[in-house]
Write a protein that binds this ligand. Structure first.
Ligand code: SF4
Length: 193
């Protein structure tokens, strides 16, 4: 079995409910959306056997994988994930909420980009919902999203730099709607991967 991989790196989770935790990021190629603010190159990549990925990541003293993309559900199946579970890894995923998530995922971050009201059909529960927001965006009522342990809004940066207009908009929104929390992309602030 093979995956088309864009990159593998070891860093800290920069956002959301696992912020600050060491994690092995495996960025897979391919996405089914084309968001205007997307800062990820998901078109290119190289094929890797599952065994080679396992061999590569064992250098890291960490047992959390974050499957990201692109849209990682395009390639991931339980048949693939079981190899990582059997090797002792916990597996998180960052998904745009347009597709079903394999059952062996331990932690779902759902970041819907379109058709918010349809996400529940694909993902009934997520550990976190995280919306990327810019000033002026309409944020729908929380009830249309899947049930989640945490609901975050994440102000969109200008590349690697914080955008204070977007941040202030999110802060004011959360003060009025305190079920939401702020998620800042701290990996950009502290200049790590
Ligand atoms: S879903 Fe994510 S990876 Fe895909 S285009 Fe949108 S921001 Fe980029």
């Amino acid at each position: 079995m093979k995956l088309i991989v864009r990159e593998i790196f070891y860093s800290l989770q920069g956002e959301g409910g696992r912020q600050g935790e060491a994690s092995i990021f495996i960025r897979l190629s391919k996405c089914n959306l084309k968001c205007t603010f997307c800062d990820t190159d998901f078109d290119n990549g190289y094929e890797m056997y599952i065994a080679d990925i396992l061999e590569h990541i064992k250098q890291y003293p960490c047992k959390w994988i974050i499957w990201t993309g692109g849209e990682p559900t395009i390639q991931l199946t339980d048949e693939i994930l079981v190899n990582f579970r059997n090797a002792g890894y916990k597996q998180a995923i960052e998904t745009n909420g347009t597709r079903n998530v394999p059952s062996l995922i331990d932690y779902i971050t759902c970041s819907p980009k379109i058709n918010y009201y349809k996400v529940k059909e694909k993902i009934p529960f997520a550990q976190e919902i995280r919306l990327a927001i810019k000033a002026g965006d309409q944020i729908p009522d929380i009830s249309i999203f899947p049930k989640a342990d945490n609901y975050f809004i994440s102000p969109i940066f200008d590349g690697e730099k914080p955008n204070m207009r977007n941040i202030n908009y999110c802060v004011e929104f959360i003060k009025k709607n305190p079920v939401w929390k702020l998620s800042l992309q701290i990996h950009k602030l502290i200049n790590i991967e």
